[in-house]
Write a protein of this length. Structure first.
Lengths: 260, 202
C-alpha cells in the first residue's frame, strides 16, 4: 500500500506583479482559485496560452512565490502555514526552470553536488558518487567537469534535471523545460523526461510539447487566465475537448508542434 | 605602515560592505538605513572624518580612539565599506536574481544561497571595482598623516621640513612609491578577474 502524496492547493485571487501603466497601477491576477491534487507516481501536464498563470502556479507549489490566498500541502504538511521551514520543504521538491539557471560558477558536477553537500549535508564521497550517477542517468556524463557556459542548452537543461532529481525529491516540477531550446536540443531533454516517467517519478510538467504529453501524461490540465479550464486524460484533449477554448487551443498547438 | 593601514581598511571594507550590499538588495526594510550610511560616509571628506574621530572622540575614549593607527583603520575601513557596498550592489544585479531563485529551489535559505551561490559570482564580477577601490585606499591613506600616523606621507613631509630642506625630492619619491604600491595589485586583480570571467562566461 503506497503512501498517498496528496499535493493539494487552492490558490485564490493572487495579486502578482503591479504594473505601472500611465498613472493607473494595474494589478495582474496571475492565479485565480486553482486547486490541484497530485499523488505519488502521478504524471500530470499543465498547458495553456502564455500568461495564463501556469508558471506562477508552479512556482507557488514550490513556494518560490508565496500565494496570497489558499493553502499548499506537501504530504501532510501545510507549506503556507506561517513558521513552516520552507527550506526543508523545498529540499523535498525538485524544480526545473525554463531558462535552466545553472550555477554559473560551478561545473556540472559542482551544480549537482552542491545541494547534497550543503543542504542534505552528505559526506564528500557519497555526494560525489550520487552526483555522478545522476549525471550519467541523464546522459551528460561527458559534461561532468564543464562549466555551464561550455555546454549546449540541451546538456545544460539535463544537468538542471539531474540537479533536481539527485536529492530524491518527493515530486519534480518542471516549468516549460524545453521552451527555451532549439528543436534539435529539445529531443534530448524529452528523452530524459521519458526515462524519468518510466521510473515512476512523480512529475508535474508545464509544457507545450503535445506529442510528449500524449505519450507520457496521465492527466492533462489546461489553464486559461489564471484558472483551470479543463482536466482529463490526453485522449480527451486530443479527440474531443469539453470546452470550446480548449478545443481551439489544441487545434492551434497541435498544428504547431507536430509540424516537426 | 601605509600598506598595513590600507590592507586592514580594505578588509574592514569587505567585512562590512558585502553584507550591507546584500541587505540593501534583499531586505527592503533595512535598505533605507544602509542607504543613509553610504551617503554619509561617502559625502564627507576623509580628512574631516579622520580629524573628527581622532580629536572628537579621542579625548572621550582615549582607548581606542586616541590611537592614531586605530582611528586611521576605523575611518578608512568604514569609508571603504560604503564604497564597496556600491560596487557589490552593481555586481549583485549583474549576477541576477535567477541564481538566487535557483539556489532556493534546491533547498537553500536566502542567506545560504547568498553565501554559496551569489558571493562567489559577485566577487568575480567586482574585480575591476575592487581594484580601483584598493588603489584609492592606498592613495587616501596619505591623509592619515594629519593625525600623526607614521606612514609614507608623514615621512615625506618631515623629510621635507628638516635639513637639507629639500621640498621636492621627498614628495616625488613618495609619489613614485605610491604608484609602486597601487599598480601591481590593481593590475593583477584585473587579469585574474577577466580570466575567470571568461571561464564562467560572465
Amino acid at each position: 500500500m503506497e503512501a498517498k502524496h496528496v499535493y493539494k492547493s487552492y490558490g485564490k485571487p493572487k495579486v502578482k506583479k503591479g504594473e505601472i501603466c500611465d498613472d493607473a497601477k494595474l494589478v495582474v491576477e496571475a492565479v485565480r482559485d486553482v486547486s490541484l491534487q497530485i499523488r505519488k507516481g502521478d504524471i500530470k501536464l499543465i498547458f495553456g496560452p502564455s500568461g495564463s498563470g501556469k508558471s506562477t502556479f508552479l512556482r507557488c507549489l514550490a513556494m518560490l512565490d508565496i500565494p496570497d490566498k489558499g493553502q499548499i500541502y506537501l504530504g501532510d504538511e501545510e507549506l503556507t502555514k506561517p513558521g513552516v521551514d520552507l527550506n526543508k520543504a523545498r529540499a523535498r521538491i525538485g524544480f526545473v526552470f525554463q531558462h535552466i539557471y545553472l550555477f554559473r560558477h560551478l561545473t556540472a558536477l559542482g551544480n549537482v553536488e552542491l545541494a547534497l553537500r550543503k543542504v542534505l549535508k552528505l559526506p564528500k564521497e557519497e555526494a560525489r558518487k550520487r552526483a555522478l550517477d545522476a549525471l550519467t542517468d541523464v546522459k551528460v556524463g561527458d559534461c561532468v567537469n564543464k562549466y555551464p557556459s561550455q555546454m549546449s542548452g540541451g546538456q545544460a537543461q539535463r544537468v538542471g534535471i539531474a540537479r533536481a532529481i539527485v536529492r530524491n525529491p518527493d515530486i519534480i516540477l518542471l516549468d516549460e523545460p524545453t521552451s527555451a531550446l532549439d528543436p534539435e536540443l529539445t529531443g534530448e531533454v524529452i528523452d530524459t523526461l521519458r526515462d524519468l516517467a518510466k521510473e515512476g517519478t512523480t512529475m508535474l510538467i508545464v509544457s507545450h510539447e503535445m506529442p510528449f504529453a500524449r505519450e507520457v501524461a496521465e492527466e492533462m490540465i489546461s489553464f486559461d487566465e489564471g484558472r483551470i479550464l479543463e482536466t482529463g486524460p490526453p485522449s480527451q484533449f486530443f479527440n474531443a475537448p469539453n470546452t470550446d477554448r480548449a478545443k481551439r487551443f489544441m487545434d492551434r498547438i497541435i498544428k504547431r508542434t507536430t509540424r516537426e | 605602515m601605509t600598506l598595513s593601514i590600507s590592507i586592514i581598511s580594505f578588509l574592514i571594507g569587505i567585512v562590512i560592505g558585502l553584507p550591507l550590499a546584500f541587505i540593501r538588495v534583499y531586505e527592503k526594510e533595512a535598505s533605507f538605513i544602509v542607504d543613509a550610511y553610504e551617503k554619509i560616509l561617502r559625502g564627507i571628506p576623509e580628512i574631516v572624518l579622520l580629524l573628527l574621530f581622532f580629536f572628537g572622540l579621542g579625548p572621550i575614549f582615549p582607548f581606542p580612539f586616541g590611537t592614531p593607527f586605530f582611528v586611521a583603520c576605523f575611518v578608512l575601513g568604514l569609508r571603504s565599506s560604503a564604497n564597496q557596498s556600491q560596487i557589490y550592489r552593481g555586481a549583485i544585479r549583474g549576477v541576477g536574481d535567477e541564481q538566487m531563485i535557483a539556489g532556493m529551489s534546491v533547498g537553500f535559505s536566502k542567506w545560504r544561497a547568498i553565501w554559496y551561490i551569489m558571493i562567489p559570482q559577485v566577487f568575480n564580477l567586482s574585480t575591476a571595482g575592487l581594484g580601483s577601490e584598493y588603489a584609492l585606499l592606498i592613495k587616501d591613506s596619505a591623509y592619515v598623516y594629519v593625525i600623526a600616523v607614521a606612514d609614507l606621507m608623514y615621512s615625506a613631509v618631515h623629510l621635507a621640513g628638516a635639513p637639507p630642506y629639500d621640498r621636492v625630492t621627498p614628495y616625488v619619491l613618495s609619489a613614485a612609491l605610491y604608484i609602486a604600491l597601487t599598480f601591481p595589485i590593481a593590475f593583477w586583480l584585473d587579469r585574474r578577474g577577466s580570466r575567470r570571467k571568461k571561464q564562467i562566461g560572465l
